[in-house]
Each structure stands twice: as structure tokens, then as C-alpha cells.
Write a protein that binds this ligand. Structure first.
Ligand code: DUC
Ligand code: ZN
Ligand code: ZN
Ligand code: ZN
Length: 515
């Protein structure tokens, strides 16, 4: 039978291999991988010109159309339509967004239903959801089995933010119910009480400019909460993933936990590889553009430590934490309320979050600091594995995987390579009015994004400025999360420096019903 699409002349990369192979696609699936030149009939042929072909990006940390939960008065710039459009233009074919339950809401199922309604029929990319749990009430906890039946196997909780912060006993409630259902619990690890105290003290001294956002949240704030999260997870013998890790010292605690064999996973994001606190110290209120939590850290040494954590397996995934708020907002002022008392803004009123779903892959690939296999592993394969989307997503397995692919430009110096270009926000397809990576020089961008065998983004045909989406929005792209946890084991099993693992003493919690 004829193939629907044949991709020739590329270097196929997975998390484990790299080989010159042609790819045959039929009915939206990878049909065959063959030595180059062997396959020759297909309805359509794309010549990859010697460029890399990777599985479509899987971005498992994306906030879309959420209410104001992250400080300040911002409203999410992107809805499901603009956020998923931006994703595919950057080579990400599957996102996992959040179904957000604030403290004031009782039912998780109700929130999930509403989130489905916002997403359904509006997405350009495949999607799934993590439950975001701000109120682990008895009712909410009793809904976990039904959530699982509805294809949800992951849940995010917070140790900070007024609308979301849980006490330690509430964290234990969530971990207890999660382990029964086999959920992965994602934890935002910052000590909310400490950073609120720091914020008040800074405000009393009138130190309110954007740069003081970083001052209010030193690494210790993240490190303590990370260690606490590990300790609570160890006590409960439940798997966790610590999200958006920015601090080398927090990373060291995570590494240590992994070394002791605990199912402790970690995520980092491009903002912790490229931005520093100096980006918060721009003239005027510009620093607000880089306000996120945890904040960008001090210097390139911190970046080096996070890159190392990606290379050595401390970080299982590299996600965007796409959470955009408009800088110029006619209703509420510049990414904050600019008031009479605070004509230059006040960091505590700046909603925390950055756009990044479209720039995640190209910025990291252009930096050239990860092997191609590691790049695929942390930006696609491991994300799919952690949340039960693998091997439909995150891989290129014939007969098994969806035909979700990115065809990159040939590497620098080769025929057909992309001329290095300076990133500007006008090139992007999100609905946010800035990118924190404005001015960064990139050497790569997806040449084509392919979703279930269809070319959904054609950068070459349309040029950088153009909206190049050809596929219509799908009626229902929801991907059920299958296996819940722990396919992706932490990769680091040897102790650091050959030292014996550091134990914490004591016993894990043992449940009476024997889980
Ligand atoms: N941090 C951010 O910067 N934005 C969204 C939520 C978060 O935890
Ligand atoms: Zn968070
Ligand atoms: Zn987030
Ligand atoms: Zn305030």
C-alpha cells in the first residue's frame, strides 16, 4: 500500500539512537523506518536535506486560560487555541495543561469538566491535563479514582501562592491518595511563608522594584521546600516530580534523593538556563517581563549546574512552564497594577510567569549543550513516559507511535542550514506581547512540524513572520494518560563522589490497608 507521507534524507534521533533512515507514515502513525533510498512510493515526499528528525516535542508544563492564581492581577494571555498554535509552531505536538482548582473550589471533577470544555475543539496540538489541586478536601480526595478513570494520572500541588498553598498535612493527604491511585504528584517547591515574610520586609523598606522579586526568594526558599517535599514523599513512599527547579542546591538535594533510589523526579525550564536576576533589573518596569517563580538565579555558574543536571539525569524533563501575562495590559496596567503610590510598579503585584511554549525547543537546541539524544529524551520521550503518554507520544516506533515529528534544518555549515537569526516577539505565534528571549541569537527552528502525519507547520514555505498552520483545529485531541507513573526511572543510581548515600533515618509510613 502507498504511504501517505515519506520523509527522506534525514537523521532520525530518538532518546536512544541516531541513524540515517527514511520514515514512512500511514494513517497518522509511523509505519516503517527503512535504510535511506529503499522506500520510494508515497502520496507526498519531504526531503529532510540531511537535517535531524526528532519526535514531536512533549511539553508537560503549560498554563492556558487559568484564572489569576500566581500573584498580581494578570490574566493568562493564551487560551487553548493560541497556546497550542504557539506550541506547534515551535515543534511541540503534545502539551499537558492544567485543570486548575483554587482553594475556593470543592470538586476536582467539576474543574476537569470545565477545562475539557475550554479545550475541546480549540486545540491545534494534542493535549492532556494535570489536575491542579488547591483544595484537597475530603470530597476532592474521594474523586481521585474517578479522575483516574477519566484518564488523569498526575496532579500538581503548591507550597506557595495564597490561592494554592498547602500545609504539610495537606501535602500528606494528597500523597496518600495519590499513591493509592498511582498518580504522580508534581510539587511547586518554594516556602510561601518565608517568601511572604521577605516580601513584607522589603515592602516596608520600599524595595519594590521588579528585581526585588528575586531578593524575596533566595535559593534557600526553594531548597528548603524541595527537601521538605522529598522528605514528605519518602515518608509516604510516593513518587513525586519537583517542577521548575532553578536552584543548584535544590538540584543537589534531588540528586541525593535519586541516589538513594527514591522515586523522585525533577523538571527544569529554559528560563533557568538562559535568564539571570540581572534580567529583572532592566530600566523602568521592563524587569517585570522576566518575573517568574522560582526566579531566575544569580549567574552563569547556576546555569551550568542546571545544564549539568540535564546531562547527568537529575532532571527527567525540560518543560516550558508557559504561563504568559501581557506586559502592556490596558485593563490592568503593565504586568501589574501601576498605582499612584507605586508609579513604577511593585514586584508583589506582578503575576508570576513567562511565555515559552514556542521557544523551548529552538533555544535549547541552539545552545548546543546537550547531545541530540539527551535533547529528545528530556524534551519529549521522558515527558511522555512520566505521564503515561508513551509510546503513542515521545517516540518513533513503527506501528506504535503517532507520526508526530519535527524536521530540523541541517546543522550549521551544511547545505540548507538556517542562517542564524535574532529572535523577536513578532516571529512568535502566542498571544503575549513579549518574549523574555528577545534578542537571543538562534541557529535552529523547526523546518516542519508534523502531527499525526499531517504537516501542521511549514516554516520554509511561509517564512518566519507568517502564521503557517495548515491543519484545521481538531474536534477532540484529548490524550488519555495510561500508565500512571514510574516508567521513567531516575537515571542516576550511583552515589555522588562515591560517598555512601545519606540516609534520613526512621521508617516510611505504612498504610493499614497495606499499600
Ligand atoms: N511559576 C510561574 O512562574 N508561573 C506559573 C506558576 C508558577 O509556579
Ligand atoms: Zn509552579
Ligand atoms: Zn507552572
Ligand atoms: Zn499586594
Amino acid at each position: 500500500d502507498d504511504l501517505d507521507l515519506l520523509i527522506t534524507n534525514g537523521i532520525v534521533v530518538t532518546a536512544s539512537d541516531e541513524a540515517k533512515l527514511d520514515i514512512g507514515i500511514k494513517n497518522g502513525k509511523i509505519a516503517i523506518l527503512a535504510p535511506q533510498g529503499l522506500l520510494n512510493t508515497a502520496k507526498k515526499v519531504i526531503n529532510a536535506k540531511g537535517g535531524y528528525i526528532t519526535p514531536g516535542g512533549v511539553d508537560t508544563h503549560v498554563h492556558l486560560e487559568e484564572p489569576a492564581l500566581f500573584g498580581g492581577k494578570g490574566r493568562s494571555s493564551d487560551n487553548f487555541e493560541t497556546g497550542t498554535r504557539s506550541a506547534i509552531c515551535g515543534g511541540t505536538t503534545t502539551i499537558v495543561a492544567f485543570a486548575p482548582q483554587a482553594k475556593t473550589e470543592g470538586s476536582l471533577l467539576e474543574v476537569l469538566k470545565e477545562t475539557h470544555e475550554r479545550a475541546r475543539g480549540n486545540c491545534y496540538a494534542d493535549y492532556s491535563f494535570h489536575m491542579l489541586c488547591g483544595n484537597p478536601s475530603e470530597k476532592a480526595l474521594s474523586e481521585f479514582p474517578e479522575l483516574r478513570r477519566q484518564g488523569i494520572s498526575s496532579l500538581k500541588i503548591y507550597l506557595t501562592y495564597e490561592a494554592l498553598q498547602l500545609r504539610d498535612d495537606q501535602v500528606l493527604d494528597v500523597l496518600y491518595s495519590s499513591r493509592k491511585e498511582g498518580f504522580t504528584t508534581m510539587i511547586h517547591a518554594e516556602n510561601g511563608d518565608v517568601l511572604n515574610w521577605m516580601t513584607k520586609k522589603l515592602e516596608a523598606l520600599n524595595l519594590v522594584a521588579p528585581k526585588y522579586h528575586a531578593t524575596s526568594r533566595p535559593q534557600l526558599v526553594e531548597t528548603e521546600a524541595t527537601y521538605r517535599a522529598i522528605m514528605l514523599a519518602e515518608l509516604m513512599d510516593a513518587p513525586i516530580l519537583v517542577v521548575h527547579v532553578s536552584s543548584p542546591s535544590a538540584a543537589a538535594h534531588l540528586r541525593n534523593a535519586q541516589t538513594r533510589g527514591l522515586p523522585v523526579y525533577a523538571e527544569t525550564c529554559p528560563q533557568y538556563l538562559f535568564l539571570t536576576r540581572e534580567d529583572l533589573d532592566k530600566p523602568g518596569f521592563e524587569g517585570a517581563k522576566c518575573v517568574c517563580s522560582p526566579p531566575p538565579r544569580e549567574n552563569s555558574g547556576d546555569h551550568d549546574a542546571i545544564w549539568l543536571g540535564l546531562s547527568n539525569g537529575t532532571f527527567t524533563v525540560l518543560s516550558s512552564d508557559h504561563c504568559p501575562f501581557d506586559y502592556e495590559n490596558t485593563e490592568i496596567g503593565k504586568k501589574s497594577t501601576l498605582s499612584v503610590e507605586h508609579p513604577n510598579g511593585k514586584f508583589a503585584h506582578i503575576p508570576n510567569g513567562l511565555p515559552g511554549v514556542e521557544t523551548r525547543l529552538a533555544t535549547v537546541l541552539s545552545a548546543g549543550r546537550l547531545s541530540m539524544q539527551k535533547f529528545v529524551e528530556v524534551t519529549s520521550t521522558n515527558a511522555a513516559k512520566l505521564y503515561g503518554l508513551y509510546p503513542q507520544k515521545g517516540s518513533i516506533l513503527p506501528g506504535v507511535s503517532d507520526a508526530d515529528l519535527v524536521i530540523w534544518y541541517p546543522s550549521q555549515g551544511k547545505d540548507g542550514a538556517l542562517t542564524p537569526f535574532t529572535l523577536t516577539n513578532s516571529m512568535l505565534h502566542h498571544r503575549c506581547d513579549y518574549t523574555p528571549y528577545e534578542g537571543q541569537v538562534l541557529t535552529q527552528w523547526p523546518r516542519y512540524t508534523i502531527l499525526r502525519g499531517e504537516v501542521v507547520y511549514d516554516h520554509e514555505g511561509e517564512g518566519l513572520q507568517a502564521l503557517a498552520i495548515q491543519a484545521p483545529k481538531r474536534s477532540d485531541f484529548f490524550i488519555v494518560q495510561k500508565s500512571a507513573v514510574s516508567i521513567a526511572k531516575p537515571l542516576s543510581m550511583v552515589s555522588i563522589n562515591g560517598l555512601p548515600p545519606v540516609g534520613m533515618g526512621g521508617d516510611q509510613f505504612v498504610d493499614v490497608d497495606g499499600i
